[in-house]
Design a protein around this ligand. Sequence first.
Ligand code: ADP
Ligand code: MG
Length: 246
Amino acid sequence: MSLIVKDLCARVKDGADILKGVSLEIPKGEVHAVMGPNGSGKSTLSKVLCGHPDYEVTGGTAELDGQDLFSMTPDERSRAGLFLAFQYPVEVPGVTNANFLRAALQARLPQGETVDAVAFYKELRAKMKQLGMDAKFTARAVNEGFSGGEKKRNDILQMLMLQPSYAILDETDSGLDVDALRIVSDGVNAMRAPFRSFMVITHYKRLLDYIRPDVVHVLYQGRIVRTGGFELVERIERDGFDFLKE
Ligand code: ADP
Ligand code: MG
């Protein structure tokens, strides 16, 4: 069981090519980091995998546990266990955080079953407490007027509630102070399991010091140009991305 991406090429609809043959495989149970300079296509990769409408796949394949990802709608991908925490989380005015999460969980149940409201709120409050989020965030519209750090925590709350089998975190560390970074990392680490995997996109070693990845990929100009272990993180921290130009 794994997420397998082969020779993936994608572009902005009617625009420039961004991904130029990305291949990677994330087996269940593993945490893979994806690093790379700004503009290399990291967010595009995450959005294409989730079916974002702004992008068009022009070549290659992606498989989730043997299923062809690109023949599935975004909601089918989500129900199949894929989750994306956006680099820039979207605001959903008029929909409260609690109702949003409840509807998302409801959509995962077989027809005829309903989410148990009491159990749902109990779990929601426990997870918010774990993330250091005030209970008032249940009644606020999804991400509306949230600070950068609050949005990132809210993303992790969604992940904790939905329990995806493949979670992609796109720069979830940006905008977090050290304490919040610790809380978010603990949340991710607590979810690590043999039946779950993560793609953690980040620029910084500080997040990966907490969430020690099994494998590190470097994306540069639309391609994975290096794959290795933690030594790649250390090299990037020390030398920046200049060595990729060699
Ligand atoms: P990264 O996340 O690695 O910083 P992105 O995937 O966000 O990189 O962007 C890769 C390149 O694609 C950039 O040059 C960016 O400007 C361009 N790009 C991404 N999305 C769009 C879009 N919706 N419209 C136009 N250009 C885009
Ligand atoms: Mg990005």
